[in-house]
Design a protein around this ligand. Sequence first.
Ligand code: MN
Ligand code: MN
Length: 322
Amino acid sequence: MIEEWFSNNPNLPTFAGPTSLFRFPYGNPEGADVVAWGVPLDLTTTGRSGARLGPRAIRAASTMISWGKSFPAGIDFKSALKAVDAGDCIFDHGIAQDFVERIYEFADRIVSANAIPLTMGGDHFISYPVIKALAKKHGPLALVHFDAHPDTWPDDEKRTDHGTMFYHAVKEGLIDPKKSVQIGLRTYVEDHLGILCLDAPWVHENGAKKTYQAIKDRVGKQAAYLTFDIDCLDPAFAPGTGTPVPGGLSSATALEIVRNLNQIDFKGYDVVEVSPPFDHADMTALAGAQLLLEMYLLAIQNHLPAKSGKKTKGKNKKNINS
Ligand code: MN
Ligand code: MN
């Protein structure tokens, strides 16, 4: 029966049943602690498209890791927080100009419900309206940005592009560059706009531990946003993406870094640029799902104490049925 679909029933096979992210129940943001949602958009890619199919592929791959307790900490993640999958952001693909506002509205509804957005792209541009919605509430955010690319290339303010949205975000004061850090880069940009860059050779030389310590030192207590462009991983680990660049991080290194970013005050998380048409054996989608699970585990660690001290949460619950 349907309620068993979303349970932790060990008999629910990974190869059948619902494909919500981690088999979270489908639901609206109001009353949830964490809201998974997809943005099936790839209109701003400069290379190969296909990331519009990312949310569907990540959700399907996530069924492989949505049972039991987490590794290595053994957290019962299915019941630790109230998490829902709120579905995908809908926009008319025939009105391309409209999508920025549609994504912003969806993100804003999650943020207004005091929930943490756990977002599946889509191309990397989709992080920009999410950050905008979060910055409205929390002020300029510390950006923790995993990528092969800086995405801070200079741009005209009218353009939307998955390689320039952080240029706009810095110029508009949505991101505090002095508290922000980029990890895994292997493409050149003239100006990092004040953001610290730990490029891929730096990570290879210094290892995961020094990398996550450097990230924590940089961010400090600032409200932060974690965005993971899957092309941060080497194409050997994540071929299914639009603009792959050789020489990237291994899945193991990236997971170890992300897993140890506890104590950072993340207000939202995303994984972007998974492009299933270029994937093999679902390996990129599965890497994306595993990273989202690590992010969700960070949310559990960071927000459980706050939750237990916040008994009045239900009192101000808005009832929006749209
Ligand atoms: Mn990117
Ligand atoms: Mn990239």
